[in-house]
Design a protein around this ligand. Structure first.
Ligand code: 13P
Ligand code: SF4
Length: 305
């Protein structure tokens, strides 16, 4: 069944000169199917720089919007139109405009997990892999508003010592994972190293050994001398970790680490997307041209270390 679906997808992909991009949180079969998998920054870079006519984005809406903004002449498809990101929906452009009025001299840094409208009135975008470096690139004398993730924002505050104005947004998948669950796994596997995503709540961030984006986690486990890891982020990433490191062991830090939106993408939906050109994600030119400035600044900042 899967084989015939994959075959059909590959035939159509060739015919349409399409590329399939998948986030590290996608299911194993989608990651295996993709031409390129990565974290938000790696996928944005790939979306901005490829020779395809069609990008099938196996991820969530803000990722497909980002691809549309960075590659306005390509057709960008999101196989499930309801695959959104609740964190991105936690701030609207109207709310951000009000916050900007309260801090008229501030520079706005928005996490890429935000709507195109929010990006259009932001100065910089960032992802979890370069948020610290983006903030460090902004003059010390500048006040900074950071939206929408309070957890990533606090992580950036801790790492840079900068006094950021934060918004109370969060990722439900990471925020509601409990420290008790993580400690339980650590008790069972005390020799393991805990790698957590900066979207995790404070107690988990403080208990973790390393705080990394998903792309950074994949690089870390490959090059580390350690062989056992507890992974405090969406469980989809364990598929590639195991595949790339068959001699190492990975434990999910909690059963709560499932993003239902990421899991809406299936092989069937990828095939339907290619067959019927659905669902086309096209950010209107007026918004896209404003949001592109903030995104290009993000894509230009390579994460250090
Ligand atoms: P990264 O893959 O950039 O670490 O982002 C995590 C995430 O939550 C994407 O929605
Ligand atoms: Fe949004 Fe969290 Fe899902 Fe990422 S994991 S898409 S931040 S809800």
């Amino acid at each position: 069944m899967n084989e015939s679906l994959i075959e059909k997808i590959n035939i159509l992909k060739k015919k349409k000169n399409a590329i399939i991009l998948a986030h590290n949180y996608q299911s194993g079969e989608i990651q295996d199917l993709a031409d390129f998998t990565g974290d938000s920054l790696e996928l944005s870079r790939k979306a901005a720089d490829n020779n395809a006519d069609v990008i099938v984005f196996c991820g969530v809406l803000f990722m497909a919007e980002t691809a549309s903004i960075l590659s306005p002449n390509k057709t960008v498809l999101l196989p499930d139109k309801n695959a959104g990101c609740p964190m991105a929906d936690m701030i609207t452009a109207t709310e951000l405009a009000k916050l900007k009025q309260k801090h008229p001299d501030a520079v706005v840094v928005c996490y890429v997990n935000s709507s195109a409208d929010v990006k259009a009135i932001s100065d910089y975008c960032c992802t979890s892999s370069n948020a610290v470096d983006v903030v460090k690139s902004i003059g010390e004398d500048k006040k900074i508003i950071f939206v929408p993730d309070k957890n990533l924002g606090q992580f950036v505050k801790d790492r840079t010592g900068r006094d950021l104005v934060l918004w109370p947004g969060y990722c439900p998948t990471h925020h509601f994972a409990t420290i008790e669950a993580v400690k339980e796994v650590k008790d069972e596997h005390p020799e393991s190293l805990i790698l957590a995503h900066p979207e995790c709540p404070k107690e988990i961030r403080e208990f973790a050994d390393e705080l990394l984006s998903t792309g950074q986690m994949l690089k870390y486990v490959k090059t580390s001398d350690r062989t056992k890891f507890i992974i405090a982020t969406e469980i989809g990433i364990l598929h590639t970790m195991k595949k790339q490191n068959p001699e190492k062991t990975f434990y999910p830090a909690s059963k709560k680490f499932v993003c239902p939106n990421m899991k809406k993408i299936t092989l069937e939906k990828v095939l339907f997307a290619l067959e019927d050109n659905k669902h086309i994600i096209k950010v209107p030119d007026e918004i896209a041209s404003k949001a592109r400035k903030a995104l290009e600044r993000m894509v230009a900042v390579l994460p250090k270390g």
